[in-house]
Design a protein around this ligand. Structure first.
Ligand code: BGC
Length: 491
């Protein structure tokens, strides 16, 4: 088997752990060898994927309706770092609902104060009706402004930045027609509609003294929040429940907006790529049968092909699918009750990270986690198999994650800077950053003897809070100066 991929691919700890554990019986060794072949993405393949990525990014800038939509955001440029004021922000991500009251202080670059409430979004809302979602959010906002005693009036409402982390067509910054739900959401009555207006209507029903100034994506938020502190920021990326990135493009290079009145070719425009949709036509991605099954069983088969192989929502599920398959062929968990393992999405990406992070003797922590979550007691060789499998899936995810960012860097000729990343995979997975940097070096052919990496993955600042607040400040400032291109509601 191609075990050289496993040993020596990562840290010493893994090698020594392999020594410490029982070797695999031949049938499991053979199985992990096959899986390694299926999940390993070679340097050549990475380059091929990244090349095709570049083509799809360019197509999306040409016109609307392309596979990677390259959504224009009406965030026209980076912040100065001296934006100021107090703003409400609301974040509807994949997992949580969060409201903040953020004060940007303008005393020194990036100085601010944040007050916030966060809740896990009730799962029934994710597949319910639009009205239930927006009413729930409006109540949440009402409670927050009451608790903090925030006073807005009809004439002087509280300005709100709404982070809506789904693909949206924005004719204006305060507008966003949902193209399709992603990340397992399936709420009826929002696709094809203006999510900003639906939220406004729900707030109006409650007479909330709030004005929605900007609808933003989490990637744009991550880029702007990070640039607010760190001018070396070139890209905002999310490697979390979903995956995506935003970068700054010149309008002259975006044929679909180039002719808009009030826009000059050198006007910078943040682009929310929505590249989770990359290769929905399955031309280059190395799909395994597990990826095909996950797609078929998802609420939107045929969509988000790239995201389904690399994002946090799916990594645990890929892992589970493999274990179910290997068990069904009698190779693992003999005579054990696998009913829990058969539950789709029972394992999240944190479960996978914990396995890779397990330094306990004989992987006892992993054994405990299997007992607790799945009611399965793995044998020592099974634990070793589990750990290697977790690594294969996480390594593939991290390597794939690089392809989109590398394509943006090549397209924009960005040769140095910071890629500000947020999300559970980027920030909580123990080895993601190292793997990401390694694959980036392979695709961009960085010299072996370099002193440091020219493009570095940094931890993004709070995009859906601070980023949204900074974008609201920038938008209000722009409206004050009468630069109303891409702004619908008057300030
Ligand atoms: C969404 C993007 C978002 C990404 C990360 C994807 O599923 O379509 O809008 O940026 O997840 O949250």
């Amino acid at each position: 088997m191609d075990s050289k991929h496993l040993v020596g691919r990562d840290s010493k700890r893994e090698e020594s752990q392999i020594e410490a554990l029982a070797t695999l019986p031949p049938e499991l060794e053979e199985e992990i060898g096959k899986l390694d072949k299926d999940f390993w993405v070679s340097k050549e393949k990475l380059k091929e994927i990244s090349e095709r990525f570049g083509e799809e990014l360019a197509e999306g800038l040409e016109e609307n309706g392309k596979n990677i939509p390259m959504n224009i955001t009406w965030v026209l440029g980076f912040p100065t770092g001296r934006e100021n004021g107090s703003f409400l922000t609301l974040d509807l991500g994949g997992t949580n609902l969060r409201v903040c009251w953020i004060t940007l202080k303008d005393s020194k670059r990036g100085d601010l104060d944040v007050k916030q409430h966060q809740y896990k979004l009730p799962s029934e809302l994710k597949t319910g009706e639009a009205e239930a979602l927006w009413n729930y959010i409006a109540e949440f906002l009402e409670k927050f402004i009451t608790d903090l005693d925030l006073k807005g009036t009809k004439d002087d409402p509280l300005p709100l930045g709404f982070t809506f982390s789904y693909p949206a067509t924005q004719d204006y910054i305060d507008h966003g027609i949902l193209q399709t739900w992603t990340k397992g959401f399936d709420i009826k009555g929002v696709e094809g509609e203006d999510a900003a207006q639906q939220l406004r209507d729900a707030m109006a029903k409650k007479n909330l003294p709030i004005r929605l100034v900007a609808l933003i994506n989490d990637t744009t938020g991550a880029m702007i929040a990070s640039a607010y502190h760190d001018p070396s920021t070139i890209i905002g990326a999310i490697f979390g429940t979903g995956c995506n990135a935003a970068y700054m493009e010149d309008c002259g290079s975006i044929p679909k907006v180039a002719k808009t009145a009030g826009i000059t070719p050198d006007t910078p425009m943040a682009i929310n790529c929505e590249y989770g949709a990359f290769d929905n036509a399955h031309r280059v991605l190395p799909l395994t049968k597990y990826d095909t099954a996950i797609d078929a069983e998802s609420p939107r088969p045929g969509e988000q092909a790239f995201e389904k192989m690399s994002a946090g929502l799916y990594l645990g599920e890929i892992f589970r699918q493999v274990l179910v398959d290997v068990h069904s062929r009698g190779l693992i968990f003999k005579h054990q009750d696998v009913s829990k393992l058969k539950q789709p999405y029972i394992l999240d990406t944190g479960f996978l990270s914990a396995i890779e992070d397990d330094e306990s003797e004989k992987l006892s922590k992993t054994g405990d986690a299997f007992k607790e979550t799945l009611n399965i007691a793995p044998t020592e060789p099974e634990l070793e198999f589990i750990r290697r499998l977790a690594e294969l899936i996480a390594v593939r995810g991290a390597r794939l994650c690089v392809c989109g960012v590398a394509a943006i860097c090549r397209k924009k000729r960005l040769s140095s800077g910071h890629v500000a990343a947020d999300g559970s995979v980027a920030n909580k997975h123990p080895k993601f950053k190292k793997r990401w940097a390694g694959a980036m070096a392979e695709i961009l052919e960085w010299p072996e003897d370099r002193e440091e990496d020219p493009i570095v993955l940094t931890s993004a600042e709070d995009g859906s809070g601070v980023g949204a607040a900074v974008i609201v400040a920038m938008t209000l400032e722009r409206a004050k100066r009468g630069k109303m291109v891409g702004i619908k509601e008057q300030g």
